[in-house]
Design a protein around this ligand. Structure first.
Ligand SMILES: Cc1ncc(COP(=O)(O)O)c(C=O)c1O
Length: 367
């Protein structure tokens, strides 16, 4: 089976994790935790990074750090993994859904302003499958209406927007190191910000708001959270980060190979890269149009029968029971893409010959 997206472990992972085991520094305090935060913040060029136990915790922490809560509304796409929407509910706020763009699959910034009410406090753009949201337009809307921006960059590590890493343009950016992400720690996440105060607040909340009194006792001024990542996993993160440039290069090269091999096929729309962005193509994604001879689900089945794991686009969150009554901008493009989109295998370890096999299966299916 050619899997959809699996980890690539080829560097110092064993060495750094062994060092944690040998020295007993396995838990949430340790040099790799600090190192991972520092090196990651340098890599994306953000002032402060706070490592968390997963990307969902980073998003939850972002909302809490900005004091978003009951009575507030947060604008988010529906065509996304459910995590950012769930975190809006975790803090007691209400999600409001914006439709997406046909070409890039990400939040349509032309659909945001109509959703803004006096209750709106924040926007969560999700750079799904790797393509950045139009951040210039989004930031100008946020500024005009005095809204926070929390970038869900969990799928776009390695993507750039106007020369800046996704996740560093809004007030806060969140990343995931889940097993299928560009770099992985098994489970893990990172919150980044260019505002020192917000970063300190995030670290404070993520570590149970712990302060140490003069006699060494622990004091907690507010309700806090244990969102910390253990040193063991941070060690893996440091090792993964050492290879990130190579992983990005491979992902982009693989996307080019797919593009070349699929470009002549009728009824298939290929992913795009807008002129001011660099798309990491975290999951290489195509759209099956009406004139294609197979439906999207038939094609996924065909690929599966031939040993290729492909996945339909996210089922829209506004169709999920907990969110079916949420306000939205009209979900025409979201619903259409959700019915037509396919993610193709995108692991860093994917070989050219495997991409050729996958494209042959797609080509033969149309004969
Ligand atoms: C768009 C998006 N947001 C958030 C997350 C949550 O990250 P995690 O699984 O690390 O909690 C993921 C992926 O897993 C995701 O794809």
């Amino acid at each position: 089976m050619i899997p959809l997206c699996i980890p690539e472990i080829r560097g110092n992972e064993w060495k750094y994790i062994k060092e944690c085991l040998d020295t007993n520094w396995v838990s949430s305090v340790g040099s790799y935790v600090d190192r991972f935060e520092i090196e990651f913040s340098k890599y994306v060029n953000a002032k402060k990074a706070v490592v968390t136990m997963n990307g969902t915790a980073a998003l939850d922490l972002a909302l809490r750090s900005l004091s978003i809560g009951p009575g507030d509304e947060v604008i988010v796409p529906s065509l996304t993994f459910i995590s950012p929407v769930n975190t809006i509910r975790y803090v007691g706020a209400t999600p409001v859904f914006a439709d997406v763009c046909r070409g890039t699959f990400v939040m349509d910034t032309n659909k945001i302003e109509e959703l803004i009410t006096p209750k709106t406090r924040a926007i969560i753009p999700v750079h799904i499958y790797g393509h950045p949201v139009d951040m210039d337009k989004l930031m100008s809307i946020a500024k005009k209406h005095n809204l926070y921006v929390i970038e869900d960059a969990t799928e776009s590590l390695g993507s750039m927007y106007s020369g800046k890493a996704t996740g560093t343009i809004g007030d806060i950016g969140c990343f995931s190191f889940n097993g299928n992400k560009l770099i992985t720690t098994g489970a893990g996440g990172m919150l980044v910000t260019n505002d020192e105060k917000t970063g300190e607040r995030a670290k404070y909340l993520a570590t149970q708001t712990k302060t140490i009194t003069d006699n060494g006792a622990m004091y907690h001024e507010e309700v806090g959270y244990n969102y910390r990542m253990p040193n063991l996993l941070a060690a893996m993160g440091c090792a993964q980060l050492e290879n990130i440039e190579e992983y990005i290069r491979i992902k982009r090269e693989n996307a080019n190979i797919y593009n070349e091999l699929l470009k002549d096929l009728k009824g298939i729309t290929l992913p795009i890269e807008k002129s001011n962005v660099k798309n990491v193509h975290w999951l290489y994604s195509i759209v099956i149009e009406d004139e294609h001879v197979l439906t999207r689900d038939e094609l996924i089945k065909k690929l599966g029968e031939n040993g290729v794991q492909a996945r339909p686009f996210f089922m829209p969150v506004h169709k999920m029971k907990p969110y079916e009554n949420c306000r939205h901008s009209g979900m025409k493009i979201t619903d259409d893409l959700a019915n037509r989109g396919i993610n193709l295998p995108s692991s860093v370890g994917l070989k050219k010959i495997e991409i050729e096999q996958i494209c042959d299966i797609i080509r033969n299916a149309t004969l």
